[in-house]
Design a protein around this ligand. Sequence first.
Ligand code: GDP
Length: 364
Amino acid sequence: GFKCGIVGLPNVGKSTLFNALTQTAAAQAANYPFCTIEPNVGDVAVPDPRLDALATIAGSKEIIPTRLTFVDIAGLVRGASKGEGLGNQFLANIRECDAIAHVVRCFVDNDVTHVENRLAPIDDIEIIETELMLADLDSLEKRVLAMEKKAKGGDKEAKETLDLVNRCLVLLRDGRPARMVAVKPEEKKLFAGLGLLSSKPVLYVCNVEEESADAGNALSAAVAERAAAEGAESVVVSAKIESEIAVLPAAEQKDYLDAIGLAEPGLNRAIRAGYALLHLVTYFTVGPKETRAWTITQGTRAPGAAGVIHSDFEKGFIRSETIAYDDYVANKGEAGARDAGKFRLEGKDYVVADGDVLHFRFNN
Ligand code: GDP
């Protein structure tokens, strides 16, 4: 599955958010229980209103959302790359994640100590990013000599890697994250193989006070501006509100949200943003038994998408019966979509689109 690591300085609200995320997941998918792999790892249902629409049309008995894994990575402080705090453990945990949700303190509360004794989210972001960049610099500098030797010896892959590594080093030494390197399509694999922490996509989660849960505040606006400038994303949430919503029964959640003027929990936005950050898309399988969402990466072809359900589906793939989500809904289901000519048979080269309702034909 896909993993998103939650990082941030101490006392910014990471644990509060993580607990809210995992408790909400249990509430959203009662028949697919929240499972705790480790205390700090949570499997979270991806909220998707399309599931309800499809299940209603098909009369499905059960709805099964797709899931995303969140990891609460505690222990990052100034100096982590030099082994301060939980240092290396922390960096190893991030290395295993596909993306980073970076929680930033944007709430004022004199009763909650700030680890740096001030409220300055942009400076906080820079402390964390600096640690990630220092760890990357360290890891590349350790490898670059051996690479130069290999490249001089005529190793073609070493030459290509070295060229990429040197471009990364220029940026990192200039205090800019590796995610800002211009990577050529043919270098994508090499780049991923470098395993650089500062190359992971980042979502800034601005933790604001309750009054700002909807529109954010001046501090979260500054974070949003920074995110836009560096090709990252940002969302506004109030960890405090989210933790209160998470423990309410589903029916009361709606009333609570209405009372404070929120259309949906901020966490839903955060989960969806995390999903987009990872370049993930959803397709659906729909039937009387269940309507279910499945996760694939953008650009996945039909056999690969089938393989997410079962490897036999991929091995024996023949074709995929395909209806776009909008066509399925507009024509009130498969029969209507067929009558309207919206039912397609797609082969092995078909790139699955977000929202496709699929039924795979395969040989055993
Ligand atoms: P972590 O160290 O980043 O995991 O932070 P925690 O989630 O443990 O929160 C640290 C402290 O800040 C706790 O006392 C929380 O109750 C408090 N806190 C977290 N989020 C908010 C918030 O949105 N508003 C206020 N006022 N306090 C918060």
